[in-house]
Design a protein around this ligand. Structure first.
Ligand code: AMP
Ligand code: MG
Length: 331
């Protein structure tokens, strides 16, 4: 069962408008948004209720579209040739100028890409003309959705349309293969096995088991983006030499010893959201941290961000960055 043209057109309209669509794939239903639109991607995290920004899989309609986003290598070409379209996700370095939102990739220098084996998903991605970020369409901590009813029950009005196409053929998440390092490593087991991949790549492909018997959850194997410059959170004023990552109005934000934050040079000031909107802040988080991550700054001082809704994931990311710089005692 495949949605008709009208359904596909409706999905494309919603996606172009920055909305969320429940997208059938052969693995599980995805919660899809335009991967280039940070505000739309923020809606995915808000809807899923994830307390963290995990990087999302970017769905493309063919190899060439994926090759515009990431640096393909010989292993990637061989794996894609053998298993795309299909339940295999490849982690590869982002290309310079890759237009995918930093939030979708959680600020990392690598990106997860896949071409799903599902007529409706491919038709939507192709017609939308943009890659789609789509994690499994379930609330954080719940089981993945394998029927349109699961998606509708979990998200109600948060998703504008569920493209119903019956139950998923595989019903299990894609295998996540990291090809960004020296040796190929499976970060998440799935329908494509290590044996099959070893055969195609002509070399050993191992599971990343970490220290445990059970495979690591994908999130655990991630190296998260952290700025080189120290990060100081919940700042109520600035120290000389610090950059400011603001949230909301900064009229009354002062610099110790004299001066106002609003007069900082352009390179030292970013506002996640002047209006205090958490979706806008999430969409801006990684690119603004990167913009302020300059050696001339002693630290990046970050104003308090409410710990509700998307603010929970924003604070999680900032706290990790602050902890890396020994500043988390101020939290
Ligand atoms: P989901 O979106 O629920 O299907 O899960 C996708 C999983 O892919 C995430 O939990 C990540 O751990 C993994 N993933 C996505 N991007 C990357 C990346 N750049 N590096 C490592 N793992 C990734
Ligand atoms: Mg999931």
């Amino acid at each position: 069962m495949v949605p008709n043209m009208a359904g596909i057109e409706e999905a494309v309209r919603i996606l172009k408008d920055g909305g969320l669509v429940g997208l059938p794939t052969e693995t599980v239903y995805g919660l899809a948004a335009n991967a280039l639109d940070g505000g739309a991607v923020a809606k995915i995290f808000a809807a899923k209720g994830r307390p963290q920004f995990n990087p999302l899989i970017i769905h493309c309609h063919n190899f060439d579209q994926a090759a515009e986003l990431v640096e393909m290598n010989a292993d990637a070409r061989a794996a894609a040739e053998a298993f795309w379209p299909g339940p295999l996700t490849l982690i590869l370095p982002r290309k310079a100028g890759c237009p995918v939102s930093d939030l979708a990739g959680a600020g990392l220098s690598t990106l997860a890409v896949r071409v799903p084996k599902h007529e409706a998903a491919l038709a939507v991605i192709k017609a939308a003309g943009v890659p789609l970020a789509a994690p499994s369409a379930n609330k954080s901590g719940s089981l993945s959705a394998t029927t349109p009813q699961h998606v509708a029950e979990a998200f109600g009005d948060e998703v504008e349309l569920v493209l119903a196409a019956g139950a998923c053929a595989v019903g299990l998440e894609s295998t996540v293969l990291d090809l960004s390092g020296d040796a190929p490593v499976i970060l998440r087991p799935g329908a494509v096995t290590a044996e099959e991949l070893s055969e195609v790549l002509g070399r050993a492909v191992v599971y990343d088991h970490g220290d445990h018997d059970a495979p690591k959850s994908p999130g655990q194997t991630l190296k998260h983006y952290a700025p080189a410059v120290p990060v100081r959170i919940n700042a109520i004023d600035l120290l000389p030499g610090e950059a400011l990552l603001a949230f909301g109005p900064i009229k009354f934000m002062g610099i110790r010893g004299g001066g106002a934050a609003k007069d900082l040079p352009e390179d030292s000031l970013r506002n996640l959201s002047e209006a205090g909107d958490l979706h806008e802040a999430a969409a801006n988080l990684f690119s603004m941290m990167r913009a302020l991550d300059r050696p001339e700054h002693k630290a990046i001082a970050v104003m308090n961000i409410p710990k509700t809704g998307l603010g929970i994931a924003i604070n999680d990311r900032l706290r990790r960055a602050a902890r890396a710089s020994g500043f988390d005692r101020l939290d």
